[in-house]
Ligand binder design. Structure first.
Ligand code: 9Z3
Length: 327
């Protein structure tokens, strides 16, 4: 890099640092930051030497769901990012199956691990009264309910699943920072799997109207600021040794791989999973510095999902990364 380019990138870095600092300074504080930190600390400590295991478990932070951008401080209206949460929920199950402990940073009310096969309104659809007026599980859902309760309780009882909810972009980024800094001690044994759909634009908290915006004032004219990209600071400062995978979503397949490659390089991710909105459940492409790897759902199996081969591959790549870091 010549000196002109070097100073240009130093200036960019400095600008980003200032933007990040002002983002966190002006953000409304989390409701229970100390409680979340305590839960994380206990979870990581437990998984560093779980009973009956010779070595510690690897820990992955799976993020999932879309972040909201409030348009008022006492929020009535907000902008949302699309994500059903299915990717994160399914991936969490496969990571736990592969021996990982998972910090599941998820949007409230999106799809939850082990509940993917339940109907949309499980409480009303899975249960019914029997002749004695007691509540019983509908026979057609008994297997799905048994699996959801059994597998979920086992993951929590084994200390492998910690769920942390968010709604707004403010909560998400503050939580991500707390999680990353807590996971720093794990070094290369930590992984970030950033599947959440994160807003690119937001209204800084201090610029938000306190009360509901009134429609009588006519059309709405609002300036949205760019959300500072936290991926580079995650890599550089929050958890520099962790294995980091981000996701790139596009609706135009022509630009998808190019944009994923740009993200890989710009934010120094270890891998970027590129997916297109319409085909995201069928196929994804893992973009790496050594080429692209297409991953498909096994179409010969009716209930298969693309997260199974995706997570298997990432676990394998993470192992190689850990071995490399240890030598
Ligand atoms: C993804 O691309 C996820 O795979 C999906 C999963 C959100 C598409 P579902 O939850 O869908 O199963 O319905 N997530 C990342 C989306 C994103 O916002 N990426 C940013 C970008 O593309 C980078 S952080 O610019």
């Amino acid at each position: 890099m010549d000196s002109v380019n070097a100073s240009e990138s130093e200036t960019q870095q400095l600008t980003l640092d200032v933007e990040i600092e002002s983002f966190f300074e002006s953000t409304p504080p989390l409701k229970d930051s100390a409680g979340v930190q305590k839960k994380l600390h206990d979870f990581i400590k437990f998984n560093s030497s779980p009973p009956g295991c010779e070595s510690g478990r690897r820990v992955v932070c799976v993020t999932c769901g879309g972040t909201t951008v409030p348009l008022e401080q006492r929020c009535v209206r907000y902008i949302d990012n699309f994500s059903s949460g299915h990717r994160g929920a399914a991936s969490t199950e496969y990571f736990i199956k592969a021996g990982y402990a998972v910090v599941y940073l998820h949007r409230r009310e999106t799809c939850q691990p082990y509940c993917r096969y339940l109907p949309e309104d499980p409480f009303l659809e899975c249960f019914e009264f029997n002749k004695e007026s007691s509540i019983q599980v509908q026979p057609s859902y008994s297997e799905a309910v048994r699996r959801a309760i059994g597998d979920h309780h086992a993951a929590v009882a084994e200390g492998r699943l910690l769920k942390i909810p968010f709604t707004t972009i403010f909560e998400y980024l503050q939580m991500l920072r707390i999680i990353a800094m807590s996971m720093k001690v794990l070094g290369s044994h930590a992984m970030f799997y950033l599947a959440a759909a994160v807003s690119d634009f937001y209204v800084p908290w201090k610029s938000l109207a306190e009360h509901k915006i009134q429609s009588a004032s006519g059309s709405l004219d609002m300036q949205l600021a760019q959300v500072p990209k936290m991926l580079s600071v995650l890599r550089k400062e929050w958890a520099p040794l962790a294995f980091c995978i981000s996701f790139k979503l596009e609706t135009d397949s022509k630009i998808l791989l190019e944009k994923a490659d740009m993200a890989l390089k710009k934010y120094k991710m270890h891998m970027v999973v590129a997916n297109e909105l319409l085909t995201r459940k069928e196929e994804v492409t893992i973009v790496t510095n050594n080429g692209n790897i297409p991953v498909h759902r096994d179409k010969t199996q009716p209930c298969s999902d693309v997260e199974q081969p995706l997570v298997e591959l990432l676990v394998h790549k993470h192992s190689a990364y850990v071995d490399d870091s240890d030598t």
